[in-house]
Structures are given as C-alpha cells and as structure tokens.
Design a binder for this molecule. Sequence first.
Ligand SMILES: NC(=O)c1ccc[n+]([C@@H]2O[C@H](COP(=O)([O-])OP(=O)(O)OC[C@H]3O[C@@H](n4cnc5c(N)ncnc54)[C@H](O)[C@@H]3O)[C@@H](O)[C@H]2O)c1
Length: 374
Amino acid sequence: MAKPISIEVWNPSGKYRVVSTKSMPGTRWIRLLTDQDCRVEICTEKKTILSVEDILALIGNRCDGVIGQASRELLVLTEDWGEVLFSALKRAGGSAFSNMAVGYNNVDVNAANKYGIAVGNTPGVLTETTAELAASLSLAAARRIVEADQFMRAGLYDGWLPHLFVGNLLKGQTVGVIGAGRIGSAYARMMHSSFFVISCSAYGQFLKENGEQPVTWKRAASMEDVLREADVISLHPVLDKTTYHLVNKERLAIMKKEAILVNASRGPVIDEAALVEHLKANPMFRVGLDVFEDEPFMKPGLAEQKNAVVVPHIASASKWTREGMATLAALNVLGKIKGYPLWGDPNRVEQFLDENSPVPAACPSIVNAKQLGI
Ligand SMILES: NC(=O)c1ccc[n+]([C@@H]2O[C@H](COP(=O)([O-])OP(=O)(O)OC[C@H]3O[C@@H](n4cnc5c(N)ncnc54)[C@H](O)[C@@H]3O)[C@@H](O)[C@H]2O)c1
C-alpha cells in the first residue's frame, strides 16, 4: 500500500475541503480560507516535486479545490496537472485549481475545461520584485559582489589593493532592455532613476544641478543595435518560438567585450552552452542569471566561471510577492467555490493584497473563465 502523504490541517470542521500541495509563505491565505468555512490541508512532504500518485492521494474522495505548483513553463518538472488530476478533482466534487504562479501554459487547460475546473493564476504581484532582482544581478555582476564575498569568507583578504576586484562603473552607461513589457519597463525605470532611490524627476534635477546630461532613452531599431550599443543588457521577453536562443553565439559576439548580460526571464532565451564558451573566452564579460536552460541544472562549465553570478530562480522571491501569490491563489479557489464573479483586471490586484481593507468578493484571475462561463 502506498505510504500516506503527510499533511497539516487547519479548521478541521470546515465545510469546504481545500488542499495545498505545498506550504506557502505567510498565514493570511490560510486565514482567508478558514474564515470562509474552509478546512485547509497543506501537504508537508519534504520532496520538492509531488508525483501524480501523491496528488491523487491528497485529493482523495472529497475535495473542493486545490492550490498547486504546476508551472512547467519554467521547464522544471513540476506537478503534472492534466487529464488524470483534473478528472480526479472532478470526481471528488471539486471545481477549482489555482497555480501559485503567473505562468500556466503547461497546465492542460483543455483538460480542466473538459471537467469544468476553473484554473487560477497570480499575475500582478511579480513585476517589481522580478525587476529588482534583475537590477540586483546587474549591480552584483558589475561590481563582482559574489566573487568578492567568496574571497572574504575564504579568509584571503590581507589588505587593500589597487587591483582588487576592479569592476564596471555603471553611472553614465547605456542600459539595454530586450522585452520591454511589464518587468522590462520596471527594470528600465529602476536602472535609470534609482540606484540611490531618487525619484525620476529628482534625479533629472540632480543631474541638471550638477551640470550633467539628463538620462535619455530610445527605442532601438533592432535587437542587434541594443546588443552592440549597451553596456548592460537585461532580458525580459516571454519564452516562445521567437525567443528560444534569442541570445546565441553570433549575438554574444557582437556585444561589448566588457558588457553585462542579465537573464531573469526564462533559461532557454540564452543558448547557455554558447554563453559558457563566451564567458571563458571573455573574462571581462559578465552575466547575472536567475534562470537556466536545463533547470535545475547548469550547463557544464558555468559553475566554474567566476564572471557569472548565478541564483536559483528567485526573481519573484520577495516576502510581499510570495505572500501575495499565495493569497491570490487561495482567493481564486475560494472565489470559485463560493461562486464569486471574476475580478475586472488581473494586473490590478492591490485590493486583494491590502490587509487593512476588506477582500473583494471576486476571483482575482481565472484563465479559463470564458470557457467556463464565469
Ligand atoms: N525569473 C522569474 O522568476 C520570473 C518571474 C516573472 C516573470 N518571468 C518571466 O518574465 C517574462 C516577462 O514577464 P512580463 O510580465 O514582463 O511579460 P510581458 O508580457 O509584460 O512582457 C514580455 C515582453 O516580451 C516582448 N517580446 C515578445 N517576443 C519578443 C521577441 N521575439 N523579442 C523581443 N521581445 C519580445 C513582448 O513584446 C513584451 O513586451 C515572463 O513571460 C516570464 O517568463 C520570470
């Protein structure tokens, strides 16, 4: 017999049974559910990815809704939300599934439609947090923060030296953004206006008073122009057929030898094997990477490159964002169970996140609302 799945239970006598396949940040999301007569069961298994069998066991014979982590858009194997799980949820009397993620294009929404299961996601809370990580990677790569930290911890520092960890000065440099959507635009704003958290107009005034040129921006005619001209380039496009290996060997070759390349979009936007070769051949070229082509793995050789700053897909990992994602996922499930209408704009979700105002009686974001007539 299969080993039982370990769970933590909140409000055992609640009328509606809601399961979360993972523990999620904060407790507000739990409170919002238990206040509305939900019994909340949180899976406490130690493994990172639950199998279909594990999730079937969690759903059991009666389950109203599930909060899960099904973003294979990340190209990381996560929960497999398709025919098997949606049909099981339906049989258990369920009507709602929400991803604790904005991406859902590998959730089998057609299967969810077939069984009348609403699929929720969590847009509107990731933009600034992700842009801040891209800005952090830009600065960390430019000033060799990680290398210097490792050096210090290794006890190698024995006094100030003129050549010690000399990096790039960013002031006055050209920043390129490829994919200037929500996150790319927020990154651009941060990079030109707020190294020292000075607002845009104040920064302009500051530059003027110091007899300096104000910051300028332009829309480049081609991606090659951006790659050729910019000193720091941050990638923020969606991943699709047009952006797969957008930065390849040829495009790396036209970038400045001392450029900084940042990727907090999706790993396959860069040909990572070509990048490793480029980093080896150009020690002054630096990268800051949040995402990887074969996540959770790095291409051979990347880990050894000192001119690469690598972090484990943490771009959305601020407390505010992650707690907000948990809240939106819980409210998607609750809203469907309660029969609430759909919220007007999934990108404007502040009202759901403000602890001091009442939570709207609406589903923040249901991706198949139209198909289900919500
Ligand atoms: N690392 C993380 O944890 C994390 C977190 C959030 C989002 N993301 C990634 O960031 C991406 C962008 O998010 P967003 O909210 O800014 O999306 P968005 O839709 O607002 O912006 C995407 C931009 O990409 C542009 N684009 C599309 N095809 C392109 C191409 N071939 N070349 C250049 N640009 C192209 C679009 O015009 C758009 O401006 C998401 O799709 C997601 O994959 C990553």
